[in-house]
Structure formats: structure tokens, C-alpha cells
Design a binder for this molecule. Sequence first.
Ligand SMILES: Cc1cc2nc3c(=O)[nH]c(=O)nc-3n(C[C@H](O)[C@H](O)[C@H](O)COP(=O)(O)O)c2cc1C
Length: 208
Amino acid sequence: MSLINNLQWRYATKKMNGESVTNEKLQAILDAIQLAPSSYGLQPYTVFVISDPEVKAKLQPASYGQTQIVDGSHIIVFASWTDVSAQQVDDYMTNIASKRNMPIEALNGFKDYINGSIANLSQEQKAAWNAKQSYIALGIGLAAAAEQQVDATPMEGFVPAQYNEILGLTQQGLHASVVMALGYRAETDALATMPKVRRDKDLLFKFI
Ligand SMILES: Cc1cc2nc3c(=O)[nH]c(=O)nc-3n(C[C@H](O)[C@H](O)[C@H](O)COP(=O)(O)O)c2cc1C
């Protein structure tokens, strides 16, 4: 199916049937998330893949009781960095030098540019910037799930502080920014057959 057909097929599934996503399909979705672009390429987030029923059961009340959390087979939590440290930028330079087989000193200009651009941001601004990057990964993950014919629900309907506590994120310098439940739609999910509602193109797009 084409990308557009897959995007027509997908919808934010409200009720999942408990069926498990195969490891092969899960890995394809995670591959896409890994390949998501991010500002400077920093990927300032860690992605938690949760299939442990006990952990999912704890997350459900922290998600306003939404049933996809327990009926989906995998809950993907995008946990963005709460800051950007010099060490994290250094680690990124090390990764580039290794993957591109180049001396790390050749990256000093790029490193200084990144550090300079974030130097005047407050910690809150850096956290917000990091969280925005994680939404791009969410979008790519949603498209990849559709390509795999796996249902997915993007979710902001949860209490980040409770997720941080349950998953021990704060002490890792992380904050739960957005969630994606993966699974399969239940036959009783009325939304599955409803027409998509989107703003008309003449309102959404302005051609200049
Ligand atoms: C960032 C984000 C957060 C969302 N949070 C929830 C949520 O917590 N629970 C839910 O059922 N749907 C949630 N949705 C789904 C939207 O309501 C849905 O994507 C939108 O109505 C468009 O419908 P469609 O995705 O089914 O085409 C969220 C969507 C996005 C992109």
C-alpha cells in the first residue's frame, strides 16, 4: 500500500483486542523511530518499549484509565532529555566520528556551534526543545506502524509526573513527553469505520 493509503487506514485506536505485535513488526517500527530526524541529529530522548503486563497495569491509571495501555501489546514511551549537557553533545560527536570514521577534532566547529546555540536557552527551553524532537519520532513511528498494518494510538492523555515516577525517569534526566500504544483494533471499536476528519486543503494549505 502507498503511504497515503496507509495513512487513510490508520486511526488513533481507542479499543485494542489484546493481540500481540510480532517482534518482526515491532523491530520495523523501532527501526523507523531510530531513523527519525532531529535537530542537529542529537536525538535528545530515550524510547522505552514496555510489554511487561505489570508495568502496563501501573501505567493505565496514570493514563486516565485509557484501555489501550493494557490492551495494546507494546507501549512506547518517548522520554525526552530534561536538559542538554556538554557530555551529551560530546557523546554525539564521538558517535559521528565513529560512524563516519573521522577524527573527532574535525567536529570541533560543529560541537561549538551546537553548544553556542543552546548556551542561552534556559533548562525549561532546552527540555521543551527536546520534547519537540520526540514528537517527530512519534510521527515517523505512527507512519511505520501503519505500513506494518499495526494499530497505534498516539497519546498525550497521561500524567507525565506519574510516568516519570513509575519508570524512574527523573533520576535518568528524562521526562515522559508522549506515548504510542501498539496493538490491534478491537472489532467493537466504532471509530475504526468512521470517516477521517481533517481540515479542508484550502484552509490547511496556503500556496505563496
Ligand atoms: C500528540 C497526540 C496526542 C494524542 N493523545 C491521545 C490520547 O491520549 N488518547 C487517544 O485516544 N487519542 C489521542 N490522540 C489521537 C487524536 O485524537 C487523533 O489522532 C486525531 O483525532 C485524529 O484522528 P486519527 O488519528 O484517528 O486520524 C492524540 C494524538 C496526538 C497526535
